[in-house]
Design a protein around this ligand. Structure first.
Ligand code: FAD
Ligand code: SF4
Length: 591
C-alpha cells in the first residue's frame, strides 16, 4: 500500500459490495434521497460490454478458469475440519465459488429462488416444541428473531425486482394445484409464469406424481417471459442456452444486480460506484459503538478513508464476517464456551443426488438453464414426520437441466476407465442418456463449526485470512442418507439401466464443488449474546452499521439462499429508509 489513507468527502451512506444485497440497499437508499457510495473489490461488469452472445458460452474461460470468480491470489480462506487441525489455504476454489465484481456471485449463479418456510424463522423453538429431546443436543439451532409476517412482504418485493418465474402453491392460505403445497402463504403469485421444463424434469415430475408426490416448477430467476421490473429494468425470456451456472447471461434473461438494479442505479445522481476498491476495515469511534466510515484500498494500492453516517456491509458471508472480526465488531466466537457472536453458527449446504443412466431415453442434455426444472418438497425441512428418525432437516428435490458443456459434463457409469478409448466410448454413449435428481439439503449449526481469523496465513495486504472450521454434523449425515433413499426410490421408478447414489458421507472436503451456499457467522436474532444483528440486520453494537447477507442465517434449510438474501436486503433497506432515518444512530430494537 502507498502512504497513509487519504480522506474522501463525507457521504450519507457507504455500501460494501455490489452484489444483490448491496445493490438493492444502495438503490433503495438513493431512492429515499440519500447520497450513497458503493465500494466493490472487483471490476465493473455489465451485460452489453462483457457478455456478447457469441463469446459468453466459453467453458474454458468461465467454468474451468473461473474468470468471474474471486481469484485466490486476491483473497482466499483457510480450511480445516476441526479445531485440532491446522487450517490450510485454498489456492484454487473447489467446494464453493465466491463472486467478484458488480453482480457478485449473483451474476454467475443458477437462479433458483426459494422462499424459506415460515417455521424456519423460529426453527429452534419449533423443533424443540415438536420433538423435544429427540433433537441432537450437539446442534446449536437458533431462531431468527423475525417472523413470516415481516418476511413475506420483503420476499414479494425481491421477487418483483428479480422477476421470478414460478407458480404459487399457496395464496392467502388457499393451496393451489401445480404450485408448492408446502410454501408459506403468499399475498400474490410470482411476477412471471413458470419456465417450461425440458424432457428430464418432465419425466421426473410425471413419475413423482405417480408415486404420490406433488411436483411443481422450480422458482426461478431465469425468466420465462419478457418482464419489466419495479426499477424499470427490462429482461427477456431465457433461450435455454445451457451456459448458465458459472456464466453471465448475454440475453438479459438471468436476474442479477447487473440486470435488475445497477443499470438503473448508476443513472441516479445520488450514487457513486467505486470498483476495484477493497474495503479493509469498518472504522469506529473510540468506544467502538459508532461507525465513522470505512478504509479501502484501490487498485494502485492507495488507501482511502470514506467517511459516512451509515455503513452497510454486504460483502457476502465470508467477507462480512472477516470485516467484523478485523474491525472488532462483536466478540469472536469461542467454540469451547459457545460464547461470542462473530463467527458463530457457520453452516454449509448438504448436497446429495442420484445419477441415472438409460438405454431408451435421449435428453439433449446441452439444452438447459440454471433454475429451469421441476421440484418436490415432501423431502424437505419438517414436511415429513421426523419422530424416531434420529435427525431433523431435509432437502428440496429437483431435476434441473443446467446444460451439459463439453469439457465438464462427461457422465459415465461407475467402473468406466478414467481415460483412453473405453472412456471415450462411454462418454459418447452416455452424454445424452443420463440425468440426475438432486436434493439440496439443510445444514444445521453445531458448536464446533465456526469462522475465525487464521493465526498463520495472510492475504496479499498482510491481513489474516478467514479460517473456516467445518465438518458435517452427524445429524446432517443421517438426514442425507434418508433423503437420498427417497430420491433413489423415485429414480428407480423411472426404470434406468443403472443408478448411482451420492449421499453425503465422511468429512467435508474442500476439493470438489459442492455448493456456494455458505451461511451464518454473524447471525440475526433477538438476543445480543447469540446474534450479531437484530431482525433489521442492524448491528447490536454499532447501530449505524447494517450487516446484510447469508451470514445472517442461524442455520441453512434445504433451499438455496438468495431469495432470502434478497428479502433480507429489502428488509434492511426498508428499516433504514422508513425507520432508522427518523432517529439516526439509535437501535431499532432495544436489547
Ligand atoms: C455457481 C453458483 C451458483 C449459485 N446458484 C444459486 C442458486 O441457484 N440459487 C440461490 O439462491 N443461490 C445461488 N448461489 C448463491 C448466490 O450467488 C448468493 O447467495 C448471492 O450471490 C448472495 O448475494 P450477496 O449480494 O449477498 O453476495 P455476493 O453476490 O457475493 O456479492 C458480494 C459482493 O461483495 C464484494 N466484496 C466482497 N468483499 C469485499 C470487500 N472487502 N470490499 C469491497 N467489496 C467486497 C464481492 O466482490 C461481491 O461482488 C450460487 C452461487 C454460485 C457461486
Ligand atoms: S440459460 Fe437462459 S438465463 Fe441462462 S445464460 Fe442462457 S439464456 Fe441466460
Amino acid at each position: 500500500m502507498t502512504g497513509p489513507a487519504k480522506r474522501l468527502p463525507h457521504t450519507d451512506a457507504v455500501v460494501i459490495g455490489l452484489g444483490w444485497a448491496g445493490s438493492i440497499i444502495a438503490k433503495e437508499m438513493v431512492d429515499a434521497g440519500l447520497e450513497v457510495v458503493g465500494l466493490e473489490r472487483g471490476g465493473w461488469i455489465e451485460t452489453g460490454v462483457d457478455f456478447n452472445i457469441n463469446t459468453a458460452p466459453d467453458e474454458l474461460r468461465y467454468a474451468r478458469r473461473q474468470e468471474l470468480m474471486l481469484q485466490t491470489v486476491q483473497n482466499t480462506v483457510t480450511a480445516r475440519n476441526n479445531s485440532a487441525q491446522e487450517a490450510l489455504p485454498m489456492r484454487k476454489w473447489g467446494s464453493f465459488h465466491p463472486g467478484n465484481g458488480t453482480g457478485g456471485a449473483g451474476l454467475h449463479w443458477a437462479g433458483i429462488t426459494w422462499r424459506f418456510q415460515p417455521e424456519e424463522f423460529r426453527l429452534a423453538s419449533y423443533l424443540s416444541e415438536k420433538y423435544g429431546d429427540e433433537v441432537d443436543p450437539n446442534l446449536t439451532l437458533q431462531d431468527w428473531g423475525t417472523d413470516w409476517s415481516e418476511m413475506e412482504p420483503a420476499y414479494d418485493y425481491f421477487e418483483r425486482i428479480a422477476g421470478v418465474s414460478g407458480k404459487a402453491g399457496n395464496i392467502n392460505g388457499e393451496i393451489l394445484a401445480g404450485g408448492n403445497p408446502f410454501e408459506g402463504a403468499r399475498t400474490r403469485d410470482y411476477p412471471t409464469g413458470p419456465t417450461i421444463p425440458t424432457y428430464a424434469p418432465k419425466l421426473f415430475a410425471q413419475v413423482a406424481e405417480d408415486l404420490g408426490y406433488k411436483p411443481f416448477h422450480t422458482p426461478s430467476s431465469i425468466l420465462s417471459e419478457a418482464y419489466t421490473n419495479i426499477y424499470g429494468m427490462q429482461m427477456g425470456p431465457c433461450t435455454y442456452c445451457g451456459f448458465c451456472t458459472n456464466y453471465g447471461c448475454a440475453n438479459l434473461s438471468k436476474a442479477s444486480a447487473i440486470t435488475c438494479v445497477l443499470p438503473a442505479l448508476v443513472r441516479q445522481q445520488g450514487f457513486t460506484a467505486r470498483t476495484r476498491s477493497e474495503v479493509l476495515k469498518i472504522e469506529t469511534d473510540s468506544n467502538g459503538s459508532k461507525a465513522t466510515g470505512v478504509t479501502f484500498v484501490d487498485s494502485d494500492g492507495q488507501e482511502w478513508f470514506q467517511p459516512a453516517d451509515i455503513v452497510v456491509s454486504a460483502a457476502f458471508t465470508f467477507e462480512n464476517v472477516r470485516l467484523m472480526l478485523l474491525s472488532g465488531i462483536g466478540t469472536p466466537y469461542d467454540p469451547a464456551t459457545g460464547k461470542g457472536q462473530t463467527g458463530r453458527n457457520y453452516c454449509y449446504q448438504t448436497a446429495n443426488n442420484v445419477r441415472l443412466f438409460f438405454d431408451d431415453k435421449e435428453f439433449n442434455s446441452f439444452i438447459g438453464g440454471g433454475a429451469i426444472g421441476m421440484a418436490i418438497d415432501e423431502t424437505n425441512n419438517d414436511n415429513f414426520d421426523h419422530s424416531g428418525l434420529g435427525f431433523v432437516g431435509g432437502g428440496s428435490t429437483r431435476v434441473g437441466p443446467i446444460g451439459a458443456p463439453p469439457i465438464g459434463s462427461r457422465p459415465v457409469p461407475e467402473g468406466t476407465p478414467k481415460w483412453g478409448s473405453k472412456w471415450k466410448q462411454a462418454t459418447t454413449e452416455n452424454y445424452n442418456r443420463s440425468m440426475s435428481i438432486g436434493c439440496e439439503s439443510s445444514s444445521y449449526a453445531q458448536r464446533g463449526n465456526y469462522l475465525s481469523l487464521d493465526p498463520n496465513y495472510k492475504d496479499r495486504l498482510g491481513r489474516p485470512l478467514l479460517r473456516v472450521t467445518f465438518d458435517f454434523p452427524e445429524n446432517d449425515l443421517r438426514m442425507s442418507q434418508y433423503v437420498t433413499d427417497k430420491i433413489e426410490e423415485i429414480g428407480r421408478a423411472m426404470n434406468p439401466r443403472s443408478i448411482e447414489r451420492n449421499a453425503m458421507t465422511g468429512h467435508w472436503n474442500t476439493v470438489p464443488y459442492q455448493s456456494s451456499h455458505v451461511v451464518g457467522g454473524f447471525v440475526m436474532g433477538a438476543d445480543p449474546e447469540t446474534s450479531g444483528t437484530n431482525k433489521y440486520l442492524q448491528s447490536w453494537q454499532v447501530p449505524n452499521l447494517f450487516v446484510v447477507g447469508a451470514n445472517a442465517f442461524p442455520q441453512n434449510p434445504g433451499y438455496n439462499p438468495t431469495g432470502t438474501v434478497g428479502a433480507l436486503a429489502v428488509k434492511a433497506a426498508w428499516a433504514i429508509t422508513r425507520d432508522y432515518l427518523k432517529a439516526p444512530h439509535q437501535p431499532l430494537v432495544q436489547a
